[in-house]
Design a protein around this ligand. Structure first.
Ligand code: S3P
Length: 171
């Protein structure tokens, strides 16, 4: 393994697992949403509000392209945002340049992880039923995650440390 990207729906634990995996491997960790925020000087929510989701997706794929070019020598773990796979350019980059791991979880696990962190996630705004919203997003996007993933790891019932360890053992 030289560069590992984690994909999967909101609340699956991508950032936490990426951080632990990067520490274990002694590699750099990049969080794509944080990178977008740093480079644009706006929060994800502000970008959605001023530039719509389409504008966010363009920034997301161009930032993924930049991070990919900057990490060409490897040794990087990337945590992506849950919707990165909705853009064909991003899917191509993930498939071609990264060893991509799809983290899966039941909606109950994702909701448990998200409990206190829905405010920065505009796609969860106004959800009357969080379970339904999360379930729909993850099932609608499942074929897209599958299309870029080299490996799939289910996180249900596992600690983030165990998930990171399992990914470490894949390579
Ligand atoms: C999104 C997921 C978020 C963030 C944005 C859109 C999505 O990232 O990129 O709010 O479309 O599922 P996380 O998966 O880290 O929450």
């Amino acid at each position: 393994m030289t560069r590992v990207a984690l994909v999967g729906p909101m609340g699956v634990g991508k950032s936490t697992v990426a951080r632990l995996l990067a520490v274990g491997l002694g590699w750099r960790m990049v969080d794509l949403d944080s990178e977008i925020e740093q480079r644009s000087g706006k929060t994800v929510r502000q970008i959605f509000e001023s530039e719509t989701e389409q504008g966010f997706r363009m920034l997301e794929s161009s930032t993924l392209d930049l991070v990919t070019k900057e990490t060409v020598k490897g040794c990087c773990v990337l945590a992506t945002g849950g919707g990165v796979v909705t853009t064909s350019v991003s899917r191509e980059i993930l498939f071609r340049d990264w060893e991509t791991v799809w983290l899966t979880a039941s909606p109950a696990t994702m909701i448990q992880h998200l409990q206190f962190e829905t405010s920065g996630r505009p796609l969860l705004d106004g959800a009357k039923d969080l379970f339904e919203r999360i379930h729909k997003l993850s099932t609608d996007r499942a074929p897209l995650y599958q299309s870029v993933a080299k490996w799939t790891v289910s996180v249900d019932g596992l600690t983030a440390e165990t998930v990171a360890q399992r990914i470490h053992e894949l390579g």
